[in-house]
Write a protein that binds this ligand. Structure first.
Ligand SMILES: Cc1ncc(COP(=O)(O)O)c(C=O)c1O
Length: 405
């Protein structure tokens, strides 16, 4: 609190804009921490949520079920990568990850097979709860807790030509035969700085895991629901994961909800008369009907042709803009996957707390654009309703920042 400026009081959300108490309208260029898909306070989601609130606002999800949860599970299974067969609800991205870790470890335990190791990618970010921190790259976020985090093997990030090294590192670990699961943010590592890698590498990872009888957990908390172009980043490849984690855009960004989807094979390992084989995990708000209704409404919007069209439009606009500034001497790297555009600026001290981060943040805020640079990395990850004019305005402001340096 001591080092941060006073928070801006937001009183209204409207499409791509967040509006403060003084009437200032900010373009939410980062979808409020990557959650918003269709714009703020979307009237369709609001209407469905209001209707649901007066019918059934919440109900225990143990021994009871309800239509929104069942319908959402059925609809998600219809669009998730092939092989997903069961949906486990929780209430945010980190919990979706915790459930995935527990599922993977207990899967082998229930089968009486000794596989306990977890593999993740260097720099990974999977959330702030303890299990999620343990499988995330060690960083300033985890520093105070290092001794409390269980051991995880990290393989190198597959960027800048070292894809073969990363793939080889994974295979070496898998060969030891004791790996329970490999967890990965497919194609884009969000918090690490919107670091991107190619689909061929992801495919290789997944094939190796299948070959060595290791579970694959795809963390689509950030990449899910169209951010990378298709509905899920795993749709860029043909091999399917065993577990998929979802949250953020699941409700269109209107409410917290987490999903851990799994294959029938995983479900079967828990389906037993022996109660010790049960997955003992649940949250008070698991499968809350209002959240599930928000997710159903968001899916209605997401699956419209107009939304697919908007995602291509944003991707094309990003590509055209990137082509115009790629050669700028201040830019170390510019990259794009679908609707996500990221720019690494040249700086002597690249780190999360780099001074340039604050300079950039303030510059864009003054321009009434909400950007949260990751150190010296700026990125645009907008709601899909953003117009061409609004995109152009953001691009122009980036150019202005570069030309002022
Ligand atoms: C890839 C990924 N996984 C998990 C999480 C954790 O989600 P939540 O913030 O809802 O706990 C995040 C959050 O940014 C994320 O980017």
């Amino acid at each position: 609190m001591k080092v941060w400026p006073e928070a801006i009081a937001i009183t209204k959300g409207e499409g791509v804009y967040l509006i403060d108490e003084d009437g200032n309208r900010y373009i939410d260029a980062i979808s409020s921490w990557w959650v918003n898909l269709h714009g703020h306070s979307h009237p369709y989601i609001a209407q469905k949520v209001a209707e649901q609130l007066s019918v059934l606002e919440h109900c225990i999800f143990a021994g009871f079920t309800h239509e929104p949860a069942v319908r959402l599970a059925e609809r998600l299974l219809g669009i998730l990568p092939a092989g997903m067969s069961k949906i486990f609800y929780s209430d945010n991205g980190s919990t979706a990850i915790e459930v995935a870790i527990k599922m993977a470890l207990q899967y082998w335990n229930n089968k009486g097979i000794k596989k306990k190791k977890l593999i993740a990618l260097q720099n990974a970010y999977h959330g702030d709860t303890f299990g999620a921190m343990a499988i995330s790259g060690r960083s300033i976020f985890t520093e105070a807790f290092t001794e409390f985090l269980f051991d995880v093997a990290f393989i190198p990030f597959p960027g800048s030509g070292n894809e073969p090294e990363s793939i080889a590192a994974l295979e070496t670990l898998l060969q030891q035969g004791d790996v329970a699961a490999f967890i990965v943010e497919p194609l884009v590592q969000g918090s690490a700085g919107m670091l991107m890698y190619d689909a061929a590498t992801l495919e290789q990872y997944f094939r190796l895991c299948k070959q060595y009888y290791t579970l694959i957990i795809a963390d689509e908390v950030m990449t899910g629901f169209g951010r990378t172009g298709p509905l899920f980043a795993c749709n860029h490849i043909t091999t399917s994961p065993d577990i998929v984690c979802l949250s953020k855009g699941l409700t269109g960004g209107s409410m917290p909800l987490g999903v851990t989807a799994a294959t029938q094979d995983i479900f079967d390992a828990f389906y037993d008369d022996d109660r010790t084989k049960m997955l003992y995990h649940g949250h008070s708000f698991t499968a809350n009907p209002v959240m599930c209704t928000a997710a159903l409404a968001s899916l209605d919007l997401l699956l419209m042709d107009s939304c697919t069209g908007n995602r291509s439009r944003i991707a094309n606009a990003h590509a055209a803009f990137a082509a115009t500034i790629g050669a700028d001497p201040l830019i170390a790297d510019i990259r794009q996957t679908g609707t996500i555009l990221a720019i690494t600026l040249k700086t002597n001290h690249p780190s999360y707390h780099n001074n340039i981060r604050d300079i950039l943040y303030r510059f864009f805020l003054e321009k009434k654009i909400i950007m949260r640079p990751l150190g010296n990395i700026i990125y645009i990850l907008p709601p899909y309703c953003i117009t061409d004019d609004e995109l152009s305005y953001i691009y122009d402001c980036i150019k202005e920042f570069l030309s002022n340096q």
